[in-house]
Each structure stands twice: as structure tokens, then as C-alpha cells.
Write a protein that binds this ligand. Structure first.
Ligand SMILES: NC(=O)C1=CN([C@@H]2O[C@H](COP(=O)(O)OP(=O)(O)OC[C@H]3O[C@@H](n4cnc5c(N)ncnc54)[C@H](OP(=O)(O)O)[C@@H]3O)[C@@H](O)[C@H]2O)C=CC1
Ligand SMILES: CC(=O)N[C@@H](CCC(=O)OP(=O)(O)O)C(=O)O
Length: 371
């Protein structure tokens, strides 16, 4: 990669207090042929603020071949009108078209390489991969990423905002780099953050997170794990002590590795995540108190739906929505709490959350185009 020069956040003029709220914004999407990229394309094409600014849809970098249309890659997006084109990824094109926000729905390694390039061109990025989510080098090591310019990467990592709006809403308005959270991590963080913040969790026995995901969470590339003969009529645990979302849980919930055990499972359905989380409370509590903690925390969060004691969410309630549903059941003794958190891995766990972040970066209603 050629040496690039990058303005500091201050020099780039991105200060929330000076930023006007734009009526629209020019966006581009890389990785549009993938599962998350396809959902992003659908959401952006229907976004009220983008009605007059069709996003630039990007294929891999390379020579212009025969014209390619979005509906060639994502036939479900066909309308009675013409399909937008998909053009080869090119920085010159993004600059010429005045793209202001670039979505990367690309593999981690590609996102790690492209984010500094985008920032050097004053293009803000919402990255759906895991490349920029982790501040601790030891946690990020699981991705085996390499940086052409380690000093620059370290500075950019320090300014990247973990794109969980419910936790970091205020930091998103002037963020240049938004690291969209992992799908499992989103479901677990949203379930645990209010309780940990309230200081009611007994960490000594450890928190157990047992999460199950539909197959689309693994992306579109066929692997042994996602082969029909392996996944169908099956349920399997994987990455028991080493799933890469564990680092997100530790960093965002301020926990030590011994405080939490996260075990993911592969569920033979196309999409959706259900996380069952087992917690001990320090003192015996009433269910109304637990519910009020969740409701107070998410009172101004339009994309989290809190349910009452015993009213547990299910995958069928959240599939193809942008919500995370949270419910719980407290044992009669009031100390053992089971929380169930559900979301669509491709929406609140990826593309929906990315658009929620775009809305906040632009100063729009965070649920614009998502309800
Ligand atoms: N699936 C999910 O539930 C979630 C995914 N994510 C993250 O979002 C990102 C996309 O995931 P997902 O949609 O599932 O993945 P897919 O495998 O379905 O799609 C990957 C996309 O990236 C493109 N791509 C692959 N390699 C390169 C490359 N070297 N340069 C440029 N483009 C490339 C592919 O293009 P081509 O068609 O040419 O191969 C495709 O468009 C990943 O980082 C993933 O970790 C995050 C949260 C949830
Ligand atoms: C079912 C399945 O395989 N899920 C993926 C997680 C998907 C996700 O959130 O993506 P990131 O890669 O962006 O973290 C996995 O466990 O690796």
C-alpha cells in the first residue's frame, strides 16, 4: 500500500457541535453481493433520506467488464424500475462521486486495509466486519490482521467508535470510523449492559451465555460447517473458549475473561440469533425491578423491545426486523435470572445496526428507514 496521509479528527472538521444536519448523504456499499451487503442495499434503497441519492454499489476492484446490475447479485431487490448498477471498487470513483459515507460489508482483512484509505480521502466508514471493533491488541489477535502502517492503524483504532448505538449514541455523531458490532455480541451486550450498569450482578459464579445463530451468520461461502448435510437437522456448539466475539463482550461490558462464558451454536435456520444468558444476582429482587431497569435503560432506544417477566422473545418475532427483543424470567427466590435476547443477525446484528449508525452520524432519527 502506498504511503497515505490522514488528517486528524480535529483537522477533518468533524465536530458534532458544528455539523449541520444534512438532508441527505452520498453513500457507497462494498460487499454488496454478500448476505449483509444485500440487506444493506435493500435498507438504503428504501431509506427516506436517500430517496434522491442512490448509493454507489461496489463490486471487487478490477477492470470494467460487462455491465453488472444489483439485481444480478441480489435478485430479490428487483422492482418494476431499472436496477442500479454495480461498479468495480475504485477510490477515484468514490472521490469523484463525492461519497461521504462508505459501508464495508467485506471480510475483516479487506476492511482493515481499506479503512485508512477511506479516511485519507475524508470518507467516513461504517465497517461491518470485526476489523476495528477491538481496542485491546490481545483481543484483536484472534483476527490475525496485519497493518501496512501500524502507527496510523493504532491512531485510527483509538478513534474508532464501537457502533452499538444504545451504548455509544453520543460518540457516533462525529465518528469517522464506526466499527459495527458482531451479531452475537450485539444480542449479549444489549441483554447484560443494563444489569451490569445497575450493579446487581454477582460475577463470582460467572455469567453463562449460550447463543444460537442461523446459518447466514457464517456468510455466503460454502464451508464444511455450513454444508447442508452437516447443518440440517443438527445443532452444534463451536469455538467454545475462543469465539472472536468474546473480546467484544469483555471490552464493552468491562468484564474479565473469567467473568463470562460465551458458547455459540449453529442452528439450522437461515437467519436469527437467540441468546440465553444465565445470571446470579447479588441480592434477591422482584421481577418488576428487573423490568424497570431494562425499561429505564432502553426508554429512548427505539430498536430495543423490552418484554416483561416470563414473556420470552422468540426468533420468529424478530426475523426480518431491525429490533433486538429482550425478555427474562426470574426464579421465585429472586436470585437466579435467565435473560433471552433475540435479533436478526443480518439486520440488528449487521445491516440494520449499520443504518442506525448512519442515521446517528447524520444527526437523523436513529430509527429512520428501519421501522
Ligand atoms: N452474516 C452475518 O450475520 C454478519 C456478518 N458480519 C460481517 O459482515 C461482513 C460481510 O459478511 P457477510 O455478508 O456474511 O459475508 P458474505 O460472505 O456473504 O459476503 C462477503 C462480501 O465481501 C466480498 N468480498 C470478499 N472478499 C473480498 C475482497 N477481498 N475484496 C472485496 N470484497 C470482497 C464478497 O464479494 P464476492 O461476491 O465477489 O465474493 C461479498 O460481497 C463480514 O466482515 C462479516 O464478518 C457482521 C455481522 C453479522
Ligand atoms: C453462524 C456463524 O458462523 N456466525 C459467525 C459470526 C457472524 C458475525 O457476527 O460476524 P463477524 O464475523 O462480523 O463477527 C461466526 O460465528 O463466526
Amino acid at each position: 500500500m502506498a504511503e497515505i496521509s490522514v488528517l486528524t479528527p480535529q483537522e477533518s472538521g468533524l465536530h458534532a457541535k458544528y455539523l449541520p444536519v444534512p438532508s441527505t448523504v452520498r453513500t457507497a456499499v462494498a460487499g454488496v453481493s454478500g448476505y449483509a451487503g444485500g440487506e444493506l442495499a435493500r435498507l438504503l434503497l428504501h431509506h427516506p433520506k436517500l430517496a434522491d441519492t442512490t448509493p454507489t454499489f461496489l463490486g471487487r476492484p478490477g477492470e470494467d467488464a460487462a455491465k453488472l446490475y444489483l439485481t444480478d447479485l441480489q435478485p430479490q431487490l428487483a422492482t418494476s424500475g431499472p436496477s442500479p448498477e454495480v461498479v468495480p471498487f475504485s477510490w477515484d470513483r468514490l472521490v469523484d462521486e463525492g461519497v461521504e459515507v462508505l459501508f464495508l460489508a467485506t471480510p475483516h482483512e479487506q476492511s482493515r486495509e481499506w479503512v485508512p484509505e477511506a479516511i485519507a480521502r475524508n470518507i467516513r466508514v461504517i465497517d461491518l466486519s470485526g476489523a476495528w471493533r477491538l481496542n485491546d491488541d490481545a483481543n484483536r489477535a484472534v483476527y490475525k490482521l496485519t497493518d501496512a502502517n501500524p502507527d496510523l492503524a493504532r491512531n485510527l483504532q483509538a478513534e474508532a467508535v464501537y457502533g452499538c448505538p444504545e451504548l455509544h449514541r453520543k460518540d457516533l455523531r462525529d465518528a469517522r470510523i464506526v466499527a459495527n458490532p458482531g451479531c452475537y455480541a450485539t444480542s449479549i451486550i444489549l441483554a447484560l449492559a443494563p444489569l451490569l450498569e445497575a450493579g446487581i450482578v454477582d460475577l463470582s459464579p460467572g455469567i453463562i451465555c449460550d447463543a444460537k445463530s442461523g446459518i447466514s451468520g457464517a456468510g455466503k461461502a460454502a464451508t464444511a460447517k455450513t454444508h447442508f448435510m452437516y447443518a440440517a437437522d443438527n445443532l452444534s456448539a463451536y469455538n467454545v473458549f475462543g469465539h472472536r466475539h468474546t473480546g467484544e463482550l469483555l471490552e464493552q461490558l468491562h468484564l474479565d475473561a473469567s467473568d463470562i462464558q460465551f458458547t455459540p451454536h449453529l442452528l439450522p435456520i437461515p437467519r436469527g440469533i437467540l441468546s440465553t444468558i444465565y445470571v446470579r444476582l447479588i441480592e434477591s429482587m422482584h421481577p418488576e425491578k428487573i423490568e424497570s431497569i431494562f425499561r429505564a435503560c432502553y426508554a429512548t432506544s427505539p430498536l430495543v423491545r423490552v418484554r416483561g417477566n416470563g414473556n420470552l422473545p422468540q426468533i420468529q418475532y424478530i426475523v426480518r426486523t431491525n429490533y433486538c427483543d429482550i425478555g427474562f424470567e426470574l426464579e421465585p427466590g429472586g436470585k437466579r435470572l435467565v435473560i433471552v435476547s433475540c435479533l436478526d443477525n443480518l439486520l440488528k446484528g449487521a445491516a440494520g445496526q449499520a443504518v442506525q449508525n448512519l442515521n446517528l452520524m447524520c444527526g437523523w432519527n436513529e430509527a429512520e428507514g428501519l421501522l
